[in-house]
Design a protein around this ligand. Sequence first.
Ligand SMILES: [Zn+2]
Length: 499
Amino acid sequence: MSGILGVTLRGMEALPVEVEVEITGGLFNISIVGMPDVAIRESRERVRAALRSLGLTLKGRISVNLAPADIPKEGALLDLPIALGMMKAAGVLKNCPKALYMGELALDGRLRRVRGAVPAAFLARELNIPLYVPVENAEEVALVQGVEAYCADNLSELAMVLTGAEEPRPVPPAYIPDLNINADPDFADIKGQAAAKRAAEIAAAGHHNLLLVGSPGSGKTLIAKALAGILPPLSDEELVETLLVRSTLGLDTKPTRERPFRTVHFTASTVSICGGGNNLRPGEVSLAHRGVLFLDEYTEFRRDLTESLRAPIEDGFITVSRASGTVKYPSRVLLVLAANPCACGYYGDPVMKCKCSALDIERYKRKLSGPIMDRIDLQINVPRLTPEELLSITSKGSAPEPSSAIRERVVKARKIQLERWKEYNLTCNAEIPERLVKKCLTLQEDTRNYLATMAAKINLSGRGLSRVLKVSRTIADLAGEEIISKKHLAEALMYRQEQ
Ligand SMILES: [Zn+2]
């Protein structure tokens, strides 16, 4: 028996798997036991061919045992430890240093990129042993601090290293991207829409969820996308968090400080949005972690879909279950919803006429009160510009503010919030729990009277009131002002959802 350590994934967590190989005489046969999935069973052929490329022809009855037996193992990432186990059992590899080995094998012995290299790096660091990965996985592994990691192109290179004939190739130092972000689209490229841009700035500054209401073609999607570009750059820690999700899915893991922007269409399945399925993969809400999750045409979403999003939006993580266990994925997102103003889409449009009846409009408004609407702090109309307006904007000549300038203000406001909420372990105004709203968002007497009058006038609920207070706090932070004043409240009230 000879044990080689590999990994399997459970959610975003890598678990160690010990690969034991035994070769006995008899007719040639390879059997793999220990809850392997289809991909692992297929690895018999890949490993056999890869070993043949090294000049090693397997003979006899070969049993591969994957331990512990009670954990399901998935994917091709165990190819490499299985191959090494066979080499050791066949006597070709005298000793194999204790390390974590992961990689898929091509028939000619090349090592192919696998998913889960970042969680594997965390595991190697925890076990305090080196990690060997395919060269294609080196970049993402490099971003995990404090792990001893090596990479190889193919099985023969690794065999040379393990027999001591060659020096191991350390994973090159991480390329940590600088703090610059290329906003695409840039707010400078969006004509007009001053109010919507301002709402986006407030949303970004306080991490407030936003609803954009406007006719088709008014630029709601553009504004939502541009919002991602004015968020503060990802910190080192946040960068690794987003990388962990992408690595688990085997997606491109090029490190970037840009925050993710994910669009969800109403035809999407619950699994694709929330995660889960047979392989317990993370969904869109986790891919958008630390960035923007955009739900276009919100009123078209099925109730059960929006219902299933409520907990992850609220909690910042999502628990996905299946028979073999549960996993937790992060889901701290800034939620942006877009909706038409009415069923036909042109209510309030300057050019097109709305075809809806008063009843239709009432019915439509009710759709806008779905389960996650009470998580929305800001609502803004995005009117379609008339050709005359577009023309007058272009001729005025004053260029709109670029995203980089807006982002600077957002970063400043975030710093103020981080400092203020440090003792409560909160990072931004949107996270303030109800019990702290009363305690910490106090108003001066005349301002309080003003809010009380306004609240009575527009029939503001208790929850609506806290929302207005939180948004006012962000508006004051953007202005660099310590005290919430009437003008901050007045602006916050403008973004209030219609009751
Ligand atoms: Zn209409």
